[in-house]
Design a protein around this ligand. Structure first.
Ligand SMILES: Nc1nc2c(ncn2[C@@H]2O[C@H](COP(=O)(O)OP(=O)(O)OP(=O)(O)O)[C@@H](O)[C@H]2O)c(=O)[nH]1
Ligand SMILES: [Mg+2]
Length: 430
């Protein structure tokens, strides 16, 4: 929304180069590249990138005054109306920078991520979640340049130049909108909970992972019909999609859920807003972390750590978890395979795009499903051939004893399915 104000989407990326710390410079390049893909995802055109040396962070404008002045000149020179800071800018710094940089739109990494989420939200729930996070982010940063607010909030009735008074009105409007959104989201969350509990009797698997790792592609490839939204852009998916993965193998169907992608330092407002989405992950029986294996080893390890710590922060215990290294079709070297296998023994390499080793992945999932199997003996009288057929097609039959009165069948399967079949037998009996 803020972007529409500018006709040009040309932007300058600004990062920090800490002096005297060589290690930091490397890391910074990596996060800088990530910022460039975030900007690209948002549809911005990066016309220049600047790494500013920084010795000490200024609490008022983050960088030095001279640095910001020359940044302003540079932006005017290349006619860039948008300036994107890689580092997190506090509300106070934001306001001061906005004063110096005048009519240029300022974003930090969090602001960019919020804009992307805003563009990609499709369902009511994700729209509300993103709006809530955005308003919470905006509230302390309100300056007279947030004029788009007037339109967004449905007009505030003032036509005069937006000044302090206008900001006060906006602030109150935002606060009341925030509480309304929270209430609405709570209602949606309760509803989601009811839906989720109706799925209790089937094994549930969730896909989590860094944005762009290929979670939606994997869901598509495992479930065939290509309807999950796949894009080479960050945060393509904001809504959870669940599909039943049926299989010729007996009693081994499961539900597979695709989730919103994660990223390093995901804005905490967003994490909080999407918490209910992750409740579904929390309740699943198996969590698979999908990793883009075409990245450098160091980036791979950073991504895995990000996923672990984000799940941790939501108290999600990735029990039985294993890693799925995706995109192995993309120039995979033997050395890398060896290294990853050694470092992450509980993992599997696949390609969602080329359907490579998806059968091995399914086997691995089925092994976990199977761990929950129980063994029971069912007793049937002879008039229940339809149930006998079901038993053979859906459960594993260990032994069978036919007598003149009935048939005793020892089966192995998920407790849920065995119970379901037992109920059917009772119904038939009754
Ligand atoms: N080469 C290759 N590309 C893949 C593979 N799987 C996914 N991709 C590509 O990677 C990009 C991201 O895929 P998505 O499935 O949208 O990734 P995601 O994890 O759902 O991303 P978010 O929804 O943004 O979190 C797309 O361009 C896919 O075509 C794969 O196995 N090999
Ligand atoms: Mg996706």
């Amino acid at each position: 929304m803020l972007l529409k104000k500018n006709n040009s989407l040309d932007c300058i990326l600004v990062g920090s180069k800490k002096v005297n710390e060589k290690k930091f410079i490397n890391e910074d390049n990596e996060s800088f590249e990530e910022l460039a893909s975030l900007a690209y995802t948002l549809g911005l055109k990066v016309v220049d990138t600047i790494l500013l040396p920084i010795r000490r962070i200024s609490s008022s404008i983050y960088y030095g005054k001279g640095q910001i002045e020359s940044l302003k000149n540079k932006a005017s020179l290349v006619n860039a109306k948008i300036i994107v800071f890689n580092d997190e800018i506090t509300p106070a710094q934001y306001k001061n920078l906005q004063k110096i940089l005048e009519k240029k739109s300022i974003f930090d990494r969090t602001g960019i991520i919020l804009e992307i989420f805003k563009n990609n939200a499709k369902t009511k729930e994700s729209k509300y979640q993103v709006e809530l996070a955005t308003l919470q982010y905006m509230l302390p940063r309100l300056t007279r340049f947030w004029t788009h607010l007037e339109r967004q909030m449905g007009g505030t009735g003032t036509r005069g130049g937006p000044g302090e008074k206008q900001i006060e009105i906006d602030r109150r409007l935002i606060s009341s909108k925030i509480s309304k959104l929270k209430k609405d989201l709570e209602k949606i969350r309760k509803n989601r909970h009811i839906q989720a509990s109706s799925r209790k009797n089937i094994f549930r698997v969730s896909l989590v992972g860094y944005t762009n790792a290929g979670k939606s592609s994997l869901l598509n490839s495992l479930s065939k019909p290509n309807t999950s939204y796949v894009q080479d852009k960050l945060f393509a998916t904001l809504d959870t999609t669940t599909r039943k993965i049926e299989n010729s193998r007996k009693n081994k169907e499961f539900l597979l859920t695709d989730t919103v992608g994660l990223i390093r330092d995901l804005p905490h407002n967003l994490v909080a807003s999407f918490r209910s989405t992750f409740e579904e992950v929390k309740e699943s029986d198996l969590i698979l972390t999908v990793v883009d294996s075409s990245n450098d080893i160091k980036i791979i390890s950073n991504h895995i750590q990000t996923i672990e710590s984000t799940l941790d922060s939501m108290s999600i215990n990735a029990k039985n978890n294993f890693l799925v290294f995706n995109k192995v079709d993309k120039g995979f070297e033997n050395e890398k395979i060896k290294y990853l296998n050694k470092k992450y023994p509980n993992s599997i390499m696949v390609s969602a795009k080329d359907y490579v080793r998806l059968d091995v992945l399914l086997d691995k999932i089925h092994d976990v499903v199977k761990e929950k199997f129980i063994i029971e003996e069912l007793t049937l009288s002879y008039d229940k051939f339809s149930i006998i057929n079901q038993i053979y097609s859906r459960l594993e039959v260990i032994s069978r004893k036919d007598s003149f009165k009935n048939i005793k069948i020892k089966v192995s399967g998920s407790p849920q399915l065995i119970n379901k079949i037992k109920l059917e037998i009772e119904e038939k009996n009754g």
